[in-house]
Design a protein around this ligand. Structure first.
Ligand code: ATP
Ligand code: MG
Length: 184
């Protein structure tokens, strides 16, 4: 499950897990960023939002270690909460590069988006995060970049991509679309 910050991935996932568990499915959700941060903390990193400012080489190493942890999960359904790309000082770089895809072998991609204005408002409301400067123009650029990155993932893995719009106030609709489209 990918999407730029503030599209609503984590919100949707908590509802998806609730729905799947009520149908007795064994499901786990792994936040790729949290796994990377847990590993980086052992090397002294203190702020999750500092991850994307580490040298890309270090981020790549953390990505590999996080992917290896994900690959050990053996629930019926394993969902990864992640970004298709990361906005680092060196430029946009892939959240799911080929070396990571080869370790985690995703069967399906879900790409979440929302209206740029809604994403803008959601980011502005969330003061728990130390976000980059937020502009509508950047959000539009990020949405374009997201669709390119996720298309590349589909080509590398041969797995399908489902695009889901997470409209304001319509969380349940998006949740049902995701569950039904993947046949969970
Ligand atoms: P990040 O990549 O930064 O972790 P995220 O994609 O996980 O972001 P969330 O934290 O799930 O995004 O959502 C951001 C904010 O938007 C939250 O305050 C959440 O409650 C709100 N939100 C998410 N989906 C909707 C929706 N459909 N309608 C209204 N508000 C929503
Ligand atoms: Mg999140």
């Amino acid at each position: 499950m990918t999407g730029i910050p503030g599209v609503g991935k984590t919100t949707l996932l908590s509802k998806i897990v609730e729905a799947l568990k009520s149908h007795n499915k064994s499901v786990s959700v792994m936040s790729f960023g949290t796994l990377m941060f847990e590993i980086a903390k052992k090397n002294g990193l203190t702020d999750r939002d500092e991850l994307r400012n580490l040298p890309v080489k270090e981020q790549q190493n953390l990505q590999r270690l996080a992917a290896e942890q994900i690959a050990t999960q053996n629930d019926q359904i394993v969902i990864i909460d992640t970004h298709a790309f990361i906005n680092s000082p060196e430029g946009y770089y892939p959240g799911l590069p080929e070396h990571v895809l080869k370790i985690i072998k995703p069967t399906n991609f879900v790409s979440i988006s929302a209206k740029p204005e809604e994403i803008y408002n959601r980011r502005m409301k969330d003061d728990t995060r130390n976000r980059d400067k937020i502009t509508l123009i950047n959000i539009k650029k990020e949405l374009e970049y997201q669709s390119g990155m996720i298309s590349a993932c589909a080509v590398i893995t041969g797995s399908p991509v489902r695009h889901i719009l997470n409209d304001e106030g319509k969380i349940d609709e998006a949740v049902h679309k995701i569950i039904n489209s993947i046949g969970l």
